[in-house]
Design a protein around this ligand. Structure first.
Ligand SMILES: Nc1nc2c(ncn2[C@@H]2O[C@H](COP(=O)(O)OP(=O)(O)OP(=O)(O)O)[C@@H](O)[C@H]2O)c(=O)[nH]1
Length: 649
């Protein structure tokens, strides 16, 4: 509240002097009754609610459309490129959505008041878990397709997710303002591919706002309200699905919930089905897009819940919240996601480990799809082994760690979970140094398996040759090949069965450059397949460095070995003795580089006739080096900074 609210500034100051705490308390109360005025949810019965999501391939304009919808409903003030729902720094910097976000809009249409709950979702494959979670809280979805690009790989997969949940799907063709846009062809493509109603597609420009009002009308007219409550909600037992959460320093975990039945309000005592912990509800409300308290939340509504959960982990995604007095059967929740890409995360400075661990945990609390376990390495000291959903997920995590926690970290080369069946026992290897050596494999008969994915690529047919070549270089087996209908230029939809390990490193970059950025790619976890795998040990000065070990397919071992020894040669500082860098399978080196000794010019200042002294000095240097070398065998120390450069390069 501004000072001008008081007759004179002095009046305010004198009030503060009298009792600062009482003053602050009354200010907060005033604030909550003015700017944080409660929305009366009785105004929005179930039939006036629409819960929907915007789903699309990456960059097709979901966040831009969300901004326009928020502006048109006066939820935010108009302004270009706000990307209001992309709250994380990494999202704004990279222009991608990583976490799904929500906002409620109050919309007057044909004389009625509607509550529209929009849940924005990420586009990238690594975050499809967020998409499926968000769809769990929706009754409909806007399927957004870029009019210059047409259907892409992710369009197919998000459509699949939405139709599996029986959502009403409204196709929206975006970017029709661009000269290269072909809205009619893309509409036809979408309607044929997805067997949707011929009149339902809406051509729009999310950027200019053209036709966006029609999208709002379609949301109200076509998306069904949540199924009605059989009896008045207040008489029904509460069943709320916890579908997301965020952390607030002062109030702890704030949960996003969808009320499947009953109602919830301040003062209710609720229970988490997952942990059986009890909480007293402190506040409920809707995100508009900032938190706005409401009198209560009831059947069909989506909103936030503050109930004194101190840790984010208490807000278990997929949990059912119910009233202590009325126990219920839990909702089906969500399938837990399995991280498929693992990497070691170590501090650049060993004494920062505890701080790093704390930071990693804080980040992962907000991201339940990441797993964390302690790991120790003889080269890098104490660190954490973190499991991610994919390579971009890992990159985003690294960036968030650096942005939000000011920590520089060494992240080891990513690895996938391999399966080893040995002596009748099955185990999953997530750390390469735990993979059996060749002699261990031959002693006990062992079978090795690696995870495969079902991958889909959509690409203009002029790049078909490059994609086929790339996929076969990455050990992919082609499963299907179709031309997409109504596509100009002609485009091909390819399906592959490919090892996950082949696509978690630089695959995207290669695909992008092989197809000038025109290919779209998507994959889903498939199965484990028997594979001829080997552990590649990297030896520096004849000693294996555990943090650099990797598991590779035998056919790739030579190329990978050569690549890494040369990479290492570039980052290891010269020593006063010769250093061998080798890559070996078991005891057998298969690639080698040598870093020559640093040669001090001991003959400097000796001219012409001082030949004997020159020779003597050089011989002394040689003897000195021999001594040093022996001493150094146990001593060679790779600076952490070299690892940092190595993993970044
Ligand atoms: N010309 C034009 N550009 C648009 C339109 N809609 C979005 N864009 C641009 O397309 C780019 C991607 O838009 P976003 O809204 O970030 O796309 P997104 O689907 O949210 O992206 P992800 O969250 O990364 O999946 C941005 O540069 C937008 O300005 C449109 O209607 N016309």
């Amino acid at each position: 509240m501004s000072m001008s609210m008081y007759r004179t500034p002095c009046a305010a100051v004198s009030r503060i002097r009298k009792s600062p705490l009482a003053f602050l308390a009354s200010e907060i109360r005033n604030l909550s009754t003015t700017t944080r005025r409660c929305i009366n949810m009785e105004d929005y019965p179930t039939e006036k609610i629409r819960n929907f999501s915007v789903v699309a391939h990456i960059d097709h304009g979901k966040s831009t459309l969300s901004d326009r919808l928020l502006e048109l409903t006066n939820t935010i003030k108009p302004g270009q490129n706000q990307q209001v729902l992309d709250k994380l720094e990494v999202e704004r910097e990279r222009g991608i959505t990583v976490k799904a976000n929500s906002s409620s809009m109050l919309y007057d249409y044909k004389g009625d008041k509607y509550l529209l709950n929009l849940i924005d979702t990420p586009g990238h494959v690594d975050f499809s878990y967020e998409v499926s979670r968000s769809l769990g809280a929706c009754d409909g979805a806007l399927l957004l397709v870029d009019a210059t690009q047409g259907i892409q790989a992710q369009t197919l997969s998000v459509f699949e997710l939405a139709s599996q949940r029986n959502l009403k799907i409204i196709p929206v063709i975006n970017k029709i303002d661009l000269p290269a846009a072909e809205p009619d062809a893309v509409i036809e493509q979408v309607l044929m591919q997805f067997d949707l109603d011929i009149d339902s597609a809406l051509p729009i420009s999310a950027k200019s706002g053209l036709n966006v009002e029609k999208v709002l009308h379609a949301i109200v007219d076509q998306i069904p309200p949540p199924p009605p409550s059989p009896t008045p909600p207040r008489q029904q037992p509460l069943k709320a699905l916890l579908f997301d959460s965020y952390f607030d320093k002062f109030r702890g975990a704030v949960s996003l919930i969808k009320i499947e039945s009953g109602s919830i309000q301040k003062g209710d005592v609720v229970v988490s089905h997952h942990s059986k912990s009890r909480y007293t509800v402190g506040e409920v409300g809707v995100l508009n897009p900032a938190e706005k308290p409401t009198t209560h939340l009831q059947h069909g509504q989506v909103g936030y819940l503050v109930c004194g959960m101190k840790e984010s982990s208490e807000a278990h995604i997929g949990d059912t919240i119910y009233k202590q007095s009325q126990p219920v059967e839990p909702l089906p929740g969500f399938q837990p996601v399995k991280p498929m890409v693992f990497a070691g995360v170590f501090p650049v400075d060993n004494k920062d480990f505890l701080r790093l661990e704390e930071n990693v945990k804080r980040l992962t609390l907000n991201d339940p799809s990441v797993t964390v376990n302690r790991e120790s390495s003889n080269a890098l000291g104490q660190g954490c082994r973190v499991g991610f959903l994919g390579q971009l997920h890992l990159d985003v995590f690294r960036q968030r760690l650096e942005d939000e926690h000011d920590s520089e970290v060494i992240i080891t080369a990513p690895t996938v979970p391999y399966k080893v069946i040995q002596g009748g026992e099955e185990r999953i290897v997530r750390v390469p140094s735990d993979f059996p050596e060749p002699h261990e494999l031959s002693n006990k008969k062992a079978s090795l398996f690696e995870p495969y994915v079902n991958a889909e690529v959509i690409v203009p047919d002029e790049y078909l040759g490059s994609v086929i070549e790339l996929m076969s270089a990455h050990r992919g087996d082609q499963v299907a090949f179709n031309y997409l209908e109504n596509s100009n230029p002609p485009r091909v939809h390819l399906k592959y069965h490919v090892p996950l390990a082949e696509i978690v490193t630089d695959f995207y970059a290669k695909l992008k450059s092989a197809t000038s950025g025109y290919a779209s790619f998507e994959y889903q976890q498939a199965d484990y397949v028997a594979s001829d795998l080997v552990k590649l040990n990297m030896l520096i000065h004849h000693r294996p460095v555990d943090a650099l070990a990797m598991i590779v397919h035998r056919s790739k071992s030579m190329d990978v070995a050569k690549h890494w020894v040369s990479k290492l040669k570039d980052v290891i500082p010269k020593q006063q003795f010769e250093v061998a860098i080798q890559a070996a399978i078991g005891q057998k080196p298969i690639a080698r580089e040598t870093i020559k000794a640093m040669r001090m010019n001991v003959t400097e200042g000796l001219y012409g006739g001082h030949f004997d002294r020159k020779l003597k000095k050089l011989n002394q240097q040689k003897r000195g080096k021999a001594k040093l070398k022996t001493k150094a065998v146990g001593n060679i120390h790779l600076p952490q900074s070299a690892f940092y450069d190595l993993m970044k390069s």
